[in-house]
Design a binder for this molecule. Structure first.
Ligand code: C5P
Length: 242
């Protein structure tokens, strides 16, 4: 049984660009001395259980920082087959993996957002250990801590939503290759892989992570991610290692 990582990185990061006034896709913005995407790729490449890491770029991507990525070694494979949506990029990536590796139906694929740079090796190992051989797969997630409100079109509270049993989904999300491909063919509109698996009637396992595995979406998230990475560095932790 092998484990592979798949990192969709074909987004334009429009929410980030619109607010920061920067045209560069968010995965390439500078973060703690490296391009943002470098951090997640570096952690995945440093995880002993993961045999290879595949990154999916937009076909017309001209900003991929070849030089910075070369140091991550031969376990990193670049595929220029990104699609219109995240789900399409993941689907194209799953098919591209078959072209490179051959049949990997029952092997595991850990899909991770390029925009979650504070992932740690220990988080990945915990996910793999807790999912085990459960065919429904699983994902890192955090229980919702804040009180949730739903609002009307004027931004006023309509009601308080009970938070019991609610979790925020993160990545990596891990599933068997064939099952994930079938699920995304069946439910191509999803915003994460777990939703596609759920649409087949399966119940992926939630594996508790922590909020440091944040997704960089808005400019202030970049500052927080920088602080987390620098604090770990100052505490003497190897980058990406919990
Ligand atoms: O935009 P958002 O933050 O939700 O994107 C999540 C991940 O999906 C990012 O890593 C982004 O690059 C990727 N993505 C993609 N192809 C798209 C849209 C997003 O690979 N068409």
């Amino acid at each position: 049984m092998s484990y592979y990582a798949l990192v969709p990185a074909a987004g334009s990061g429009s929410r980030m660009g619109a607010l920061s006034g920067r045209a560069m896709p968010k995965q390439y913005l500078p973060l703690a001395g490296k391009p943002l995407i470098w951090h997640a790729l570096s952690t995945l490449c440093a995880t002993p259980s993961i045999a290879a890491v595949f990154v999916v770029l937009a076909p017309d991507d001209v900003a991929w920082p070849e030089e910075a990525m070369a140091e991550l070694g031969s376990r990193l494979h670049v595929m220029r087959c990104g699609g219109e949506t995240r789900a399409q990029s993941v689907t194209n990536g799953l098919r591209g993996m078959v072209s490179e590796l051959g049949a990997i139906d029952d092997d595991w694929v850990l899909v991770h957002d390029a925009a979650r740079p504070c992932l740690e090796v220990a988080m990945i190992e915990r996910l793999i250990a807790e999912v085990g051989d459960d065919d429904a797969g699983g994902l890192l997630a955090v229980p919702v801590a804040d009180t949730l409100k739903s609002c009307d079109e004027h931004g006023r509270v309509r009601q308080t939503v009970p938070r019991d049993g609610l979790w925020q989904a993160q990545t990596p999300q891990m599933f068997r290759h064939r099952l994930l491909l079938d699920a995304l063919d069946f439910a191509p509109q999803v915003t994460d892989e777990a939703s596609a698996i759920e649409s087949l009637g399966l119940m992926p396992k939630l594996v508790a992570a922590d909020i440091s595995n944040l997704k960089v979406t808005f400019p202030q998230d970049l500052k927080l991610a920088e602080w987390i990475l620098r604090s770990r560095e100052a505490a003497g932790k190897e980058p990406g290692n919990g």
